[in-house]
Design a protein around this ligand. Structure first.
Ligand SMILES: Nc1nc2c(c(=O)[nH]1)N[C@H]1C(S)=C(S)[C@@H](COP(=O)(O)OP(=O)(O)OC[C@H]3O[C@@H](n4cnc5c(=O)[nH]c(N)nc54)[C@H](O)[C@@H]3O)O[C@H]1N2
Ligand SMILES: Nc1nc2c(c(=O)[nH]1)N[C@H]1C(S)=C(S)[C@@H](COP(=O)(O)OP(=O)(O)OC[C@H]3O[C@@H](n4cnc5c(=O)[nH]c(N)nc54)[C@H](O)[C@@H]3O)O[C@H]1N2
Ligand code: SF4
Ligand SMILES: [Mo]
Length: 697
């Protein structure tokens, strides 16, 4: 009774292709799909721990309704009809009183996002939002400001790069299997890695060059690099002439930002900055300045991300082998696009979004994703209008938005909170109704279009029956839609109906996935011709250093650099990040992964710790303008003296999650909710904290 099922991992949202071995209805083994180039059987530790999630008796098992005050844990087990009737009844009441706009739906982008977006459009609410801004909103806006494409339409040709530069892109810990396999192949062929981070990460240890930069000053480094590159004409002259506008404005702007100036700001020696500029230009155009995700989030992050992309443009590495490329979809491969439920006629929505995304608060942010960091402020101030209900699917507003206690106070004002979850997250614990989703090994999902140089289609296929009384989210939304009278907008009953609708025009059949677990739409690498074929989407059809998107909104493309103040004596910049063993806030209670990394610690520089009388493993008290918390110190020379660092995702308070309960500290509790209002990301590395030795226990 052995079976092998090709599917997609979902221990994190990278969604690596997997092969699941099943015997007698039980998962026996999970490995990377050996047929997929770049994966070739590999999985990360979290992917392997999928089995522990499947077997975890502390995950959600049936629908529940809160009968006491929120967060009291007085749960009543409910049947699906009862739970969905309850949610639909409340939503109808809310909509008839305050309109559909008072209902919010937030999720981390996933394979069924097209369904939840359709659900919200059918409901008549503008307020579907994703995690995107919290993750990489300013990267998204920076790409749109320069190329017209957003970052999700851009990829990196790791396998062929000759020199890659990462600014806090800790790729060997905050990882994606395919990317690191390809990068390792390139490094074996001699590619160089330059890594910049105030902290010595695993990636730093694998780099050819590492700079322990002063936190928050990467932009100064980049302006000095541009200064050298332009002065010494180290850039790709033909490419820049053909594809870039605004070079003379850039040249005039960086004139004053010399390596000597940058040395004072960043702590990186001027001669090293100049020699690095010369070295990398020799490898052009097959070089990558990685635009990053989470490293260095400040209120002017947009200018850092733009500067990184501009360095790629100067090297001629955009749409180049071994550089960056624009992802090509089914159409570029001569196929039809997959079917989308969002392409229907919906009720006209005239209300603005709740978060001011793409408008007043974040004029150039990507309003198709929204800006979830506005959640608490919008609810508490009823600005621009009252909000009454929040449904969160595969998203954790209490831990993923800075300012946990403010978010909690805002949630208190809502009439309805619903969590579609697999774990007892902080948010699920605080909600009124919990709708448990079957985990990825127990469900099938919508088809994935993996755009890229060689576009492919992937499919998540159910490997084993659902162990508990859970359902996939696409079915939960359909059953809710039926109760709200909008079921016709989601015209399916089964996953097979969804697949048939998606594949209808593509010429691909579900059976085509059986052999390898995916369908390649072409065998050619679809790189546009660098002489004449790059299809940029800016008004000028060029990479716009002086950006129409920004300038038309009254935002300067090159505002003067603002020096980053050193924290006052005794205070530190709080920086945060991920480790290889955990996914954000999802896996801290997973039996295997909890064993690997059970709690977070506060990295603090040895000299600073000595001044404060703190020794390794001591408990310290950390105080921010938001909160106070206790955490163990990790005293080390491997972090810049101005910074402290902790892993994201700990400090859980749900008693039923016994392995992670009260282990470590929650970074969102401490962080201030400040944003880059141009780019759209929260400035997660801005908060200043003080540290003192705590009473030991
Ligand atoms: N294991 C694992 N892998 C993941 C994820 C996961 O949860 N777990 N999540 C995925 C997702 S959604 C994302 S967005 C990516 C995140 O990928 P990364 O952005 O690479 O991940 P982080 O761990 O947040 O790393 C941020 C780094 O920035 C550094 N940093 C802080 N301040 C500065 C600064 O001023 N300058 C510089 N240069 N560096 C600074 C920090 O020390 C830290 O090492 O990882 C993806 N991969
Ligand atoms: N303070 C702070 N905030 C951050 C960050 C940070 O470093 N610090 N990082 C930011 C980044 S880079 C990102 S990408 C976001 C991520 O933000 P989130 O998406 O909120 O975080 P995740 O841990 O990926 O997942 C959220 C929830 O999804 C649930 N989940 C897992 N699998 C499933 C499933 O199959 N179905 C359902 N319905 N639920 C599931 C998990 O149990 C978890 O509670 O957070 C951002 N916010
Ligand atoms: S990176 Fe790891 S956890 Fe994420 S999808 Fe891939 S194997 Fe799964
Ligand atoms: Mo992210």
């Amino acid at each position: 009774m052995d079976r092998e099922v090709y599917s997609l991992c979902f221990m994190c949202s990278v969604r690596c292709p997997i092969k699941v071995s099943v015997r007698n209805g039980e998962v026996k083994w999970i490995e990377g799909n050996p047929n997929v180039p770049g994966i070739e059987g590999a999985l990360c530790p979290r992917g392997s721990a999928g089995l522990a999630l499947l077997n975890d008796t502390e995950r959600l098992q049936y629908p529940m309704i809160q009968t006491g005050p929120r967060g009291s844990g007085q749960w009543k087990r409910a049947g699906w009809d009862e739970a969905l009737d309850f949610v639909a009844g409340k939503l109808k009441e809310i909509i008839s009183r305050d309109g559909a706009r008072s209902v919010l739906f937030g999720e981390r982008t996933n394979l069924n996002t097209h369904i939840s977006k359709t659900f919200m459009k059918a409901l008549g609410s503008p307020n579907h939002f994703t995690h995107d801004a919290l993750c990489k909103g300013s990267v998204n806006t920076a790409f749109r400001s320069l190329t017209g494409y957003d970052d999700s339409q851009v990829g990196i040709d790791y396998a062929n790069t000759r020199h890659i530069v990462m600014y806090g892109r800790n790729i060997f810990e905050a990882l994606e299997v395919k990317a690191i396999n390809n990068l390792l192949k390139a490094m074996e062929k001699g590619a160089r890695l330059t890594y910049i981070d105030p902290r010595v990460t695993v990636t730093a240890t694998k780099a050819n060059r590492y700079w322990m930069i002063r936190p928050g000053t990467d932009l100064a480094l980049n302006y000095a690099l541009m200064h050298v590159i332009l002065k010494e004409r180290l850039y790709d002259v033909d490419y820049v002439k053909r594809w870039v506008t605004g070079l003379s404005e850039l040249q005039a702007f960086v004139e004053h930002y010399s390596p000597d100036w940058a040395e004072r700001e960043t702590g990186i020696p001027a001669n090293e900055i100049a020699s690095f500029a010369r070295e990398i230009s020799e490898a052009k155009p097959s070089v990558v300045f990685h635009y990053g995700y989470r490293g260095s989030h400040h209120t002017d992050e947009i200018y850092l991300r733009r500067s990184i992309i501009i360095l790629n443009a100067l090297m001629g590495s955009i749409e180049t082998q071994g550089g960056l490329f624009f992802k090509k979809g089914p159409k570029a491969a001569g196929r039809s696009d997959i079917g989308k439920y969002a392409n229907q006629e919906f009720p006209n929505i005239t209300d603005p979004r709740f978060d001011g995304s793409g408008k007043d608060r974040f004029p150039v942010a990507d309003s198709s994703h929204g800006n979830p960091q506005m959640l608490a402020e919008a609810i508490i101030n009823e600005d621009p209008y009252p909000i009454r209900a929040l449904i969160a699917n595969r998203f954790e507003p209490l831990l993923s938005i800075p300012g946990t206690e403010i978010t909690r106070r805002a949630l208190d004002r809502l009439d309805l909170i619903v969590a579609i979850e697999v774990n007892f997250s902080e948010f699920a614990w605080y909600s009124d109704v919990v709708l448990p989703e079957s985990i990825y090994l127990e469900r099938s999902d919508s088809i994935q279009v993996a755009s890229g140089l060689k576009p492919q289609l992937f499919i998540r296929k159910q490997a084993v029956p659902a162990r508990y009384d859970t359902k996939p989210a696409w079915l939960i939304l359909k059953e809710l839609a039926n109760r709200l009278g909008i079921g016709r907008y989601l015209p399916y009953e089964t996953i097979e109906d969804i697949w048939a609708f998606q594949l209808a025009e593509t010429g691909v059949k579900v059976e085509d996935f059986a052999a390898k677990g995916f369908v390649a739409l072409t065998d050619k690498s679809l790189l546009w011709d660098r002489e004449n074929g790059i299809q940029l989407k800016t008004p000028s059809g060029r990479i716009e250093l002086v950006s129409s998107l920004l300038e038309n909104a009254g935002i300067p493309s090159f505002p003067p650099y603002e020096p980053v103040a050193s924290p006052e004596d005794g205070s530190f910049r709080l920086t945060v990040g991920r480790c290889a063993a955990h996914t954000h806030v999802s896996t801290q209670n997973n039996p295997y992964l909890n064993e690997l990394v059970p709690e977070n610690e506060l990295w603090i520089n040895s000299a600073a710790a000595a001044r404060l009388g703190i020794q390794d493993r001591d408990y310290v008290e950390i105080t921010s303008p938001q909160a106070n918390a206790r955490i163990r110190a990790k005293v080390t020379d491997c972090i810049h003296p101005e910074a402290v660092f902790m892993l994201h995702g700990f400090g859980k308070t749900v008693p039923l999650q016994t392995r992670s309960y009260m282990r470590g500290t929650n970074d969102a509790l401490l962080q201030e909710n400040l944003s880059d209002r141009v780019g759209g990301s929260p400035a997660l590395d801005c908060t200043l904290v003080t540290i003192k030795k705590a009473a030991q226990q």
